[in-house]
Design a protein around this ligand. Structure first.
Ligand SMILES: [Zn+2]
Length: 352
């Protein structure tokens, strides 16, 4: 099947028919490079994607999202669907919203299925207070490409000061979240203190580096006294197990096996989350509704490792019938992205 041109409507393939994946951006549909292709099969119940062995690269996740509105729906039906969506949005708008910097905890209203009316391209239509998901100009995640990254030495090492504290593991329906109940310490960015609140995992990674997505991404969500968020992202590729996840395995298994929504896990030390010294810095947003902007992102450059079983466990524990929980890449809109790389990395990165 030839790849459609950017902006061209896709035709829904018949059951069992293969279709190559396309990258999704707000600006349109971009054909992927040969390397990033993936074959997807659609049948009556399910839409499944698997690597096309011809293009497979062991640790490389392709950009896999589709533009859902383009799936062989006639314009008339599309209009009807939009009208229904508007009506639903209006009803939903009557419900009370969230505090601006908080991620949505009840995931039943949105999902990652590109064909669903609650999929990523429609998040902004679901609730009035989620409009930023559609019309924001500083959305996350983004592709961190060599072209848009400026290497700088002045940002300095990430100033982290964490402490062990009581935590609870929670199944949010779209991800597994570890929330610290007590004071778990903070990071300082540009003189502002942001307290560590929670961490959670996305698979595959949400951010990409030169078009590559990795197998997993951890987000450590911090909040300032003003309610602004600073998120630290750590990416993982398949390899040795991650020791922090290993320490939580039995609790995650418990949540997965018992269908329990949350479980106290005792004292958890955030310092056990290992991160490298160099990092990307840019201004973005939450990657789930309400997609609030003015989020300071720190994406650690060093890609760590996680075992296949650990990624599988996190995915299966969520039980949302989705194979992934990563939002499609968002346009950078010429946002500056800095990469902190010290001039003397041996001196600055290895000494505490
Ligand atoms: Zn996240």
């Amino acid at each position: 099947m030839p790849l459609p041109e950017a902006g061209q409507a896709l035709v829904r393939p018949r059951s069992g028919e293969g279709l190559h994946a396309l990258a999704l951006t707000n600006g349109g549909v971009d054909a992927l490079t040969q390397k990033q292709k993936k074959k997807c099969i659609m049948n009556a119940e399910k839409f499944e994607c698997a690597f096309d062995p011809q293009f497979n690269e062991s640790h490389l996740w392709p950009i896999y999202m589709f533009r859902p509105v383009a799936f062989g729906i006639t314009k008339r039906r599309e209009k009807m669907k939009l009208l229904v969506l508007c009506a639903i949005s209006l009803v939903l708008a009557l419900h009370a919203g969230l505090a601006a910097s908080e991620e949505v905890e009840d995931a039943s209203e949105f999902n990652y299925d590109p064909r669903s009316k609650s999929g990523p391209a429609r998040w902004g239509d679901i609730r009035e207070e989620w409009r930023t998901c559609s019309n924001g100009s500083m959305q996350s995640p983004i592709d961190l490409t060599s072209e848009n990254v400026q290497v700088v030495a002045h940002l300095g090492r990430l100033n982290r000061s964490y402490e062990a504290s009581n935590a609870t593991l929670k199944n949010r329906g779209h991800d597994i979240m570890l929330r610290w109940e007590g004071v778990a310490g903070s990071i300082y960015v540009n003189g502002t203190q942001y307290l560590l609140k929670q961490c959670h995992w996305h698979s595959p990674s949400e951010h990409a580096v030169n078009g590559r997505r990795f197998d997993l991404e951890l987000h450590m969500v911090h909040e300032s006294p003003k309610g602004e968020a600073a998120v630290v992202g750590v990416m993982y590729k398949l390899g040795q197990p991650d020791t922090f996840l290993s320490s939580l395995t039995k609790y995650i298994e418990w949540i997965a096996g018992t269908h329990e929504v949350q479980r106290a896990v005792g004292i958890v030390n955030p310092n056990r989350i290992k991160i490298g010294c160099k990092y990307y810095r840019y201004e973005g947003s939450l990657t789930v509704p309400p997609c609030t902007e003015n989020v300071t992102w720190t994406v650690v450059q060093e890609v760590r490792t996680v075992s296949r079983e650990q990624v599988k466990l996190l995915r299966e524990a969520v039980r949302d019938d989705s194979e992934f929980n990563a939002r499609p890449l968002q346009p950078t809109n010429r946002r500056p992205v800095q990469l902190f790389s010290p001039t003397d990395s041996k001196l600055e990165c290895e000494n505490p």
